[in-house]
Design a protein around this ligand. Structure first.
Ligand code: NAD
Length: 283
């Protein structure tokens, strides 16, 4: 199938990055948010990043202008009526995502593919809430989207081969690397990353080593670019806890139980970099 017109829903951290890479890859993209402020911020962020790319010589001023021209903003979901592909990147709440998908099911043309950037919610359940479950799929971009090469392409139980193929091809067009994943809790990325972070928190909780020393072991000994506790602070400790709960509930296996210290930090409002304090203190 041919994908010409795309819409990205949610102009936050992820949605704005996703819209940017589509525009840079030559596709017409509408960025949608229910909040005009969030939309304005998202669009301004894209223009700023593209401007910086020109300054650094990674793109020409002409390429920047063309990318900006392919991009438009809207707060009206009905503008998805001519879209071939819609990628949802709104907040991580099942009821909100289901409501967006049900509206899109009404608004978009019958051939349109509806993708979600969820990092943890069951895509099979989102697909089941629509009248076109075979055209629903996960497209899990990594943060920051313009930089990170991976997209986990997640098949819901109902996703057709045709839908999968169209999204795999599109991911390559964005100059990203698609990895095919089945719809199970945490997919691949968070199923492996989050238990490692949780175990790092247990080592601090049990007094095996300090946060600094746990991070030093993983950076210097395993060549990780960033220690797991620094990474947890960047992701947000509330998000880490939420994903551990998804794994724990989804598999019903005690090996995924969230560390009590992680729960305590979240209860204290120590959410990492965004709140000024997590395993480290930020100015
Ligand atoms: P964010 O809070 O930065 O942005 C969410 C945006 O969605 C906000 O601007 C909000 O106004 C908008 N929104 C909420 N409900 C809406 C609706 N009904 N219609 C239109 N817009 C709506 O969140 P984010 O970090 O960009 O995450 C978005 C999604 O991407 C989540 O599902 C998250 O799990 C997933 N994700 C996040 C990361 C990450 O590192 N932040 C990585 C991969 C995937």
């Amino acid at each position: 199938m041919t994908i010409n017109q795309v819409m990205v829903i949610g102009a936050g951290q992820m949605g704005a990055g996703i819209a940017q890479v589509f525009a840079q890859s030559g596709l017409k993209v509408k960025l949608n948010d229910m909040s005009q402020d969030a939309l304005d911020q998202g669009l301004a962020g894209i223009e700023k990043r593209l401007g910086r790319a020109v300054e650094k010589g990674r793109m020409t001023a002409e390429q920047q202008q063309e990318a900006v021209q392919r991009l438009s903003g809207t707060t009206d979901l009905k503008d998805a009526s001519d879209c071939d592909l819609v990628i949802e990147a709104v907040i991580e709440k099942m009821d909100v995502k289901v409501s967006v998908f049900q509206q899109l099911d009404e608004i978009t043309p019958a051939h349109a593919i509806l993708a979600t950037n969820t990092s943890s919610l069951p895509i099979t359940e989102i697909a089941a809430a629509t009248e076109r479950p075979s055209q629903v799929i996960g497209m899990h971009f990594m943060n920051p989207v313009p930089v990170m090469k991976l997209v986990e392409v997640i098949r819901a139980l109902q996703t057709s081969d045709e839908t999968y193929q169209a999204i795999e091809d599109m991911t390559k067009k964005l100059e990203k690397t698609p990895v095919e994943v089945e719809d199970f809790p945490g997919f691949v990325s968070n199923r492996i990353l989050m238990p490692m972070i949780n175990e790092a928190i247990y080592t601090v909780h049990e007094g095996v080593a300090s946060a600094e020393d746990v991070d030093a072991v993983m950076k210097l000994g395993m060549n990780h670019p960033m220690g797991p506790l620094t990474l947890a602070d960047f992701i947000g400790l509330d998000t880490c806890l939420y994903i551990m709960e998804v794994l724990h509930d989804g598999f019903g296996d005690s090996k995924y139980r969230p560390c009590p210290l992680l729960r305590k930090y979240v209860k204290a409002g120590w959410l990492g970099k965004k709140s000024g304090r997590g395993f480290y203190i930020y100015d």
